[in-house]
Design a protein around this ligand. Structure first.
Ligand SMILES: NC(=O)c1ccc[n+]([C@@H]2O[C@H](COP(=O)([O-])OP(=O)(O)OC[C@H]3O[C@@H](n4cnc5c(N)ncnc54)[C@H](OP(=O)(O)O)[C@@H]3O)[C@@H](O)[C@H]2O)c1
Length: 335
């Protein structure tokens, strides 16, 4: 594998798979072999438009000996069955966020990959963006002192191309699995720990999914976080990270390139203000593709940037919050 390209298959011929296909074309160590869909014509149409040589069914793609790794790009409700099918056929797997609908599914996938010594990762692509990595480095260097509080909002009126997916409970829609995952994952990444205490509330849409959700976390380090998220409200879309010696203001959360650092000496007087711009490639998926290639070439079964145990811990957190709201998807009640 070290001296040849990694060969990819895509399951789910939808909106986000287009961006991934573009990122795979941009990666010199990757080659897209096939795209699979439940609909033959959707797969064919996708293949023609996105330079993919083969369009096929799910069974064909997982049985294709020419494919090393499968990217699962279906809606949340299908992630578990699609990823499990691929792992059971000996493929490494990259699964779109949210990794699964619940912890039970996530743990089963982790076990399946471990038993077969296969690579498995949740596609939390923003963790690999240069602008995010730089903020983590600045925090680790102690520039703003001990981090004590995060305030993050992520909300907008969902665009028509994503509307069905976000609003439909049968597709495991809802703001937490779809958008809340970004600020939750961001805070855990920046701190390198997961919450020890959680309080949350949500407001439900007419179709019965969480459309506004507010989370409060306490971390083992003592840091607190307040997160507001919605697919049906335009919010400030920013992250504020407050430390004992200053704070970071990150507008255009989570994809922005510009952020500001304010420092002080433990008083209310700001001593320095710095504006930083760290460019991300226009297709930010290229960095996670590089990570998957690197890990698989090195024989790793997970990424240290988003390890499976952290994905599972975050799924547990989201399960806990949904339990607080008495919210189960109908298909989960039959599981
Ligand atoms: N990383 C990011 O920035 C980002 C952005 C957007 C979305 N996402 C994630 O990517 C995944 C897919 O999102 P998307 O916007 O690409 O979704 P989408 O275009 O609505 O659908 C993707 C695929 O899911 C299946 N699907 C969709 N609706 C279905 C339905 N009603 N019945 C049966 N199958 C259905 C289809 O798979 P087949 O073609 O195989 O039938 C479809 O091609 C989600 O996990 C989402 O959270 C990530």
């Amino acid at each position: 594998m070290k001296d040849r390209k990694l060969k990819w298959g895509i399951i789910g011929a939808g909106v986000i798979a287009v961006k991934m296909a573009d990122a795979l074309h941009l990666n010199p160590d990757s080659e897209i072999v096939a795209v699979a869909s439940k609909s033959v014509s959707r797969a064919q149409n996708f293949a023609e438009k996105n330079g993919v040589p083969k369009a096929c069914s799910y069974d064909d793609i997982v049985n294709d000996d020419d494919i090393d790794v499968i990217y699962v790009a279906t809606t949340h409700n299908f992630h578990f069955e699609n990823a499990k099918l691929a792992l059971e056929h000996g493929k490494h797997v990259l699964v779109e966020k949210a990794f699964t609908v619940n912890t039970r599914e996530a743990e089963t996938l982790a076990r399946t990959a471990e038993e077969r010594n296969l690579f498995l990762m949740e596609a939390i692509w923003v963790r690999f963006l240069p602008s995010i990595k730089l903020q983590k480095k600045i925090i680790a260097e102690g520039t703003i002192g001990e981090v004590k509080q995060f305030n993050i909002s992520l909300g907008n009126f969902v665009s028509p191309k994503y509307e069905k997916r976000l609003k439909d409970p049968a597709l495991a829609g809802g703001v937490t699995l779809d958008m809340g995952i970004y600020p939750i994952s961001f805070v855990c990444y920046m701190l390198g720990e997961q919450p020890s205490e959680v309080k949350s509330m949500s407001r439900f849409s007419g179709l019965g999914v969480d459309e506004i959700a507010d989370y409060m976390f306490r971390f083992p380090s003592g840091c607190l976080a307040v997160i507001n998220t919605s697919f049906n409200l335009l919010m400030n879309n920013s992250a504020m990270i407050y430390g004992s010696k200053g704070y970071i203001e990150f507008p255009d959360f989570p994809f922005g390139e510009k952020f500001y650092i304010y420092t002080h000496k433990g008083t209310n007087e700001i001593k320095t203000t710095e504006e930083i711009t760290e460019k991300n490639h226009i297709n930010g998926f290229i960095y996670q593709v590089e990570e998957v290639v690197r890990c698989i070439r090195e024989g790793k079964t997970e990424s240290s940037i988003i390890p499976i145990k952290e994905t599972i811990a975050i799924m547990k957190l989201m399960d806990k919050m949904r339990a607080e709201w008495g919210f189960k998807y109908a298909f989960e009640k039959e599981q």
